[in-house]
Design a protein around this ligand. Structure first.
Ligand SMILES: Cc1cc2nc3c(=O)[nH]c(=O)nc-3n(C[C@H](O)[C@H](O)[C@H](O)COP(=O)(O)OP(=O)(O)OC[C@H]3O[C@@H](n4cnc5c(N)ncnc54)[C@H](O)[C@@H]3O)c2cc1C
Length: 327
């Protein structure tokens, strides 16, 4: 594949983020023989997955780091160049010629500019972490989890706790109670749950216990959580904890250009995964919807194909209504 060009010679595309979504787009664009660069900050959410069971291509389950290794290897086959660094700024170029990006290569400290006709944001999201002792180790071992869609099936019929509060926390507890277990407790970590009578009654009918006391300790024995101790000294026993405190979407580059987003910061896209900014695409967790690997790969395939079909046109000449799915 031709080398990415710098400064005056605009790339066909810049892929920002080298997680499952960005790397899928890279394979597609490489196979379309496009000139592009992938810039990756090196902190993919996918690296946290202890074992993924819900990707049918890996029926025996696969750890997140292995997914990333295989995806990187797939791009290497085409000579795709990955730059370890960050895209720190993005501007639209005058005259519909595309975008000017500011890049910072890891270790160099120096910023440089690069022009690209189209940009794909695949920068993902970061989990809001609960304040728990030994959290990192507990996540890596699958004792504290973030995504019941991903691995709730493996926890079925066990004693499950959900860390969360407000509507989001209760909704996650309800989803788990409906789908996976009759033994569900919502741990609000000291936040009071202000539920109206109807909501409290619904939680009671689903047998969701609500514990509003702060958590003082997570007692782990071998490969299981032995108990949770509250500040008041009470001990609760669970097999698995799910954290439902939400995600912080890394969508700043898009929102700074005026891309539409939902209240949580996730970007709104059309059927081609184009944002409401013409020529700016998004794929993966950063897109409003279900935060899953196969979904992000689907976004990436759609976006890369549309980029390939359109990127030789000046942005204004693309026609159609941007962000509506009719472009
Ligand atoms: C514990 C856990 C378990 C999970 N289990 C599963 C599972 O079993 N199945 C499943 O489908 N999903 C699972 N998920 C969700 C899955 O990890 C995400 O859906 C997936 O990683 C999203 O891929 P992505 O490419 O959008 O983002 P990411 O994987 O987060 O990659 C984004 C990349 O963009 C980079 N980046 C960010 N900003 C910039 C910037 N400005 N410039 C350059 N690079 C940047 C980051 O450094 C990162 O490398 C799990 C998540 C967690 C936390």
């Amino acid at each position: 594949m031709p080398k990415p060009q710098e400064q005056d010679d605009a790339l066909d595309a810049l892929i920002t983020g080298g997680g499952p979504a960005g790397l899928t787009a890279a394979v597609y664009l490489a196979r379309f023989k496009r000139r592009f660069l992938v810039v990756d900050g090196g902190s993919p959410r996918a690296a946290w997955i202890p074992k993924s069971h819900n990707i049918p291509l890996f029926g025996d389950c696969i750890p997140g780091p292995e997914i990333l290794r295989r995806a990187r290897a797939a791009t290497e086959r085409y000579g795709v160049r990955l730059l370890d660094g960050l895209v720190t700024g993005l501007r639209k170029q005058p005259g519909g010629t595309g975008f000017l990006a500011i890049l910072e290569q890891k270790g160099s400290g120096a910023a440089r500019q690069l022009r690209a006709k189209r940009v794909l944001l695949a920068t993902g999201a970061v989990d809001v972490e609960p304040e728990l002792p030994d959290l990192t180790d507990a996540v890596r071992r699958g004792l504290v989890r973030y995504c019941p869609i991903c691995d709730g099936y493996e926890s079925r019929d066990q004693r499950l706790a959900v860390i969360g509060h407000g509507d989001r926390g209760l909704a996650e507890a309800e989803f788990i109670a409906l789908t996976y277990s009759d033994d569900v407790t919502l741990l609000t970590l000291g936040q009071p749950m202000e539920l109206d009578d109807a909501r409290r009654e619904r939680a009671r009918r689903q047998r969701i216990r609500i514990v509003e006391a702060p958590i003082a300790a997570l007692e782990v024995q071998g490969d299981r959580i032995a108990a949770i101790r509250t500040g008041g000294g009470e001990r609760y026993r669970f097999d698995v904890l799910y954290s439902a405190l939400g995600l912080k979407y890394r969508s700043d580059l898009g929102t700074a250009l005026g891309a539409r987003h939902d209240p949580s910061g996730a970007l709104v896209v059309d059927g081609h995964c184009q944002t409401t900014v013409r020529g700016l695409y998004a794929a993966g967790d950063i897109v409003r919807g279900v935060d899953q690997i196969v979904v992000g790969m689907g976004h990436a395939a759609l976006a890369a194909t549309h980029i390939h079909n359109r990127c030789d046109l000046p942005l204004e000449e693309e026609g159609g209504e941007v962000g509506s799915g009719r472009s």
